[in-house]
Design a protein. Structure first.
Length: 198
């Protein structure tokens, strides 16, 4: 699988978004360059797609797959369904629960088999979770210093209403599928739908 090794801050600046949306606490002192050239409609659509891919850490082929799935869901709006599918990825759920500082760290924890879903170890970051699932840190991983550091860093982080988290026991449950209003990712999903609809 292709890996984007572009520094987070550099990529965030180029897309005009704050790195905080990926979980990074770093702040750039460099102000993004302001282009006087008016972007084309295609340019705007591409930028929104790149922002979504960057925030969730998804590559092009995988992202297109999510769009195709979202377009086949009969209920709701395609763009919103796309974001909901991305939110329900296991790595994103681990991040949203405060069990990882960034989505990148959440993917690493999942790939190292430090996370279970309903008591079963899952090492696939893109694993699709659903309401009712119990996501937890394995007993072995709970003993590591790493999770003490993670909890110290994520202490006070706002937990979304569609999640219920027990930080003391390093686990949580998914109460519902998030609504668009509960997703703070700075993306205009309408542009993404327009891009793929061409």
């Amino acid at each position: 699988m292709a890996i984007d090794r572009t520094p987070v801050m550099k990529r965030a600046r180029s897309l005009g978004i704050e790195a905080a949306f990926t979980g990074s606490t770093k702040k750039s002192k460099i102000k993004p360059a302001i282009s006087r050239k008016k972007p084309s409609e295609y340019g705007l659509q591409m930028k929104e797609k790149q922002k979504a891919k960057f925030c969730y850490g998804v590559q092009e082929k995988q992202f297109k797959g999510y769009y195709n799935r979202a377009s086949k869901i009969r209920e709701g709006i395609t763009g919103e369904n796309l974001l909901m599918l991305l939110e329900m990825r296991l790595d994103n759920v681990v991040y949203r629960m405060g069990l990882a500082r960034t989505r990148r760290e959440a993917r690493q924890l999942v790939s190292h088999k430090s996370i279970t879903v309903n008591g079963r170890k899952i090492n696939i970051a893109s694993y699709h979770t659903k309401p009712g699932d119990i996501v937890a840190v394995t007993d072995k991983a709970k003993e590591s210093v790493r999770f003490k550091d993670i909890l110290a860093a994520t202490d006070g982080k706002r937990i979304e209403a569609w999640l219920d988290v027990d930080h003391k026991n390093l686990k949580g449950s998914i109460l519902a599928t998030p609504t668009r209003e509960q997703i703070d990712t700075p993306v205009n999903e309408t542009f993404i739908v327009e891009l793929y609809s061409k």
